[in-house]
Design a protein around this ligand. Structure first.
Ligand code: FES
Ligand SMILES: [Fe+2]
Length: 408
């Protein structure tokens, strides 16, 4: 059985959290996070270049590329990226940018193609990106087509989940995730099927809303009639991993509690006690939050859409139910989740007004909110702290509390 090594430390962590009367010895008072990190155009430009264009980002599920030639466009980083399943069933990513003069190789957001033909002058590429044909070759003297394939974007998988990264030198996906792939073995990533996805526009900087999903300090206020009824935030235990990733496990109020929205759904027998009976919410840096469960998994993704606008995308997966439409109980489950999501998003526009006003001088975090600080420390590491204006930097203080593995 997987995951055993982490179960006892997590349970011990929950007991500790219930009993403590103050932060653990040596835990620092977290310095204020400068408000300008949410608004300063220069800082947001650095974030775009060194974070969004250089991180592993979840892009799609294999079920969304069902056949050779299935493709979709991924534009979340601002670059046009084409993800396509080859004749060899390998999923690859390329810039959707013809090597002649930058015409689009595909225009539809998703579809299926036999080959990839630029719509401007007809250069033709294989599903593997090689340039196969060009019109009037005689007019391109000394032209070697082998040098004019579509430019590749890094594209790697964890189970059926496809991630892309515009940084050609990035650490391979699985290595960059540290302990997470091993912990997720209990939910069998290769057994997870695509159920549903939906996006919501919110008028705030992407970090304003992401912050809300990295802590449970808000449960008593905004989820008093939903999440707070079944989760006990006082026992929440947190693991901070290298590279900005983190885990927050919140215990159920009652060990035998079962989410009524999941009744009758298939459950993975391989799920660990933590996954099956508690709420383990993973954060895969920089923008994926996922409270995994034995009966289904939402990927909650936070995408920037300008300085003061963002999109939250919720993609659901479930253990293979044997094909066809997802079981009807999913309607209830999705509706329940959406209700909670609206609770979480309700203050975002107001907070955005605040962060833009002189009345705001920064984010003051408590011990329970340390994942947010961890996130910001990693952001400065990615950008390179020396590039960040001094008044916008966060002071790194959490290194002593970062671990390679839960059991370490
Ligand atoms: S831009 Fe693609 S063929 Fe000319
Ligand atoms: Fe919440």
């Amino acid at each position: 059985m997987v995951n055993r090594a982490s179960v006892e430390p997590i349970k011990a962590g929950m007991r500790y959290e219930f009993e403590r009367t103050e932060p653990p010895p040596g835990f620092p008072k977290l310095p204020r996070i400068p408000g300008g990190r949410y608004t300063d155009p220069g800082f947001l430009a650095l974030e775009h270049r060194y974070l969004w264009q250089r991180s592993w980002l979840y892009a799609c599920h294999l079920d969304e590329l069902p056949q050779p030639g299935s493709f979709l466009l991924f534009k979340r980083t601002g670059s046009p990226i084409l993800i396509v399943r080859g004749k060899d069933d390998v999923v690859r990513a390329f810039y959707n940018t013809c090597r002649h003069r930058g015409g689009p190789v595909v225009k539809e957001p998703a579809g299926r193609a036999e080959g990839l033909v630029c719509q401007y002058h007809g250069w033709t590429y294989g599903l593997d990106g090689r340039l196969l044909n060009l019109r009037d070759k005689r007019d391109f003297p000394d032209f070697d087509p082998r040098c004019y394939g579509l430019n590749a974007v890094r594209c790697e998988r964890l189970g059926n989940w496809v991630f892309v990264n515009e940084d050609p030198d990035a650490t391979p996906l699985l290595a960059s995730l540290g302990e997470i792939p091993a912990l997720w073995a209990d939910i069998q990533p290769e057994q997870q099927r695509f159920v549903h996805k939906k996006s919501y526009r919110v008028k705030c900087n992407v970090k304003v809303l992401l912050d809300a999903f990295l802590e449970v300090y808000h449960l008593k206020s905004i989820h008093q009639n939903t999440v707070d009824r079944f989760l006990d935030y006082r026992g929440t235990t947190i693991t901070l991993w290298p590279h900005g990733h983190s885990l927050m496990v919140t215990p159920n109020r009652r060990p035998d509690w079962v989410d009524p929205g999941t009744k009758g759904l298939l459950r993975l027998a391989s799920a660990s006690e933590i996954t099956a009976n508690h709420n383990p919410s993973y954060h895969v840096f920089p923008n994926l939050v996922t409270p995994i469960a034995d009966s289904g998994i939402p990927f909650i993704l936070f995408w920037p859409a300008g300085a003061r606008e963002m999109e939250i995308e919720v993609v659901w997966f479930a253990p293979d139910w044997g094909g066809g439409e997802p079981p009807p109980q999913w309607q209830t489950r999705l509706a329940n989740f959406e209700r909670i999501l609206y609770e979480d998003t309700q203050f975002a526009e107001y907070i955005q007004e605040s962060v833009e006003s002189p009345g705001f001088n920064g984010v003051n975090l408590n011990y329970q909110e340390r994942r947010i600080y961890h996130w910001h420390e990693e952001l400065d590491r990615r950008i390179g702290a020396e590039r960040v204006a001094e008044h916008l930097r966060v002071q790194p203080v959490l290194a002593p509390f970062v671990v390679e593995t839960i059991a370490s």
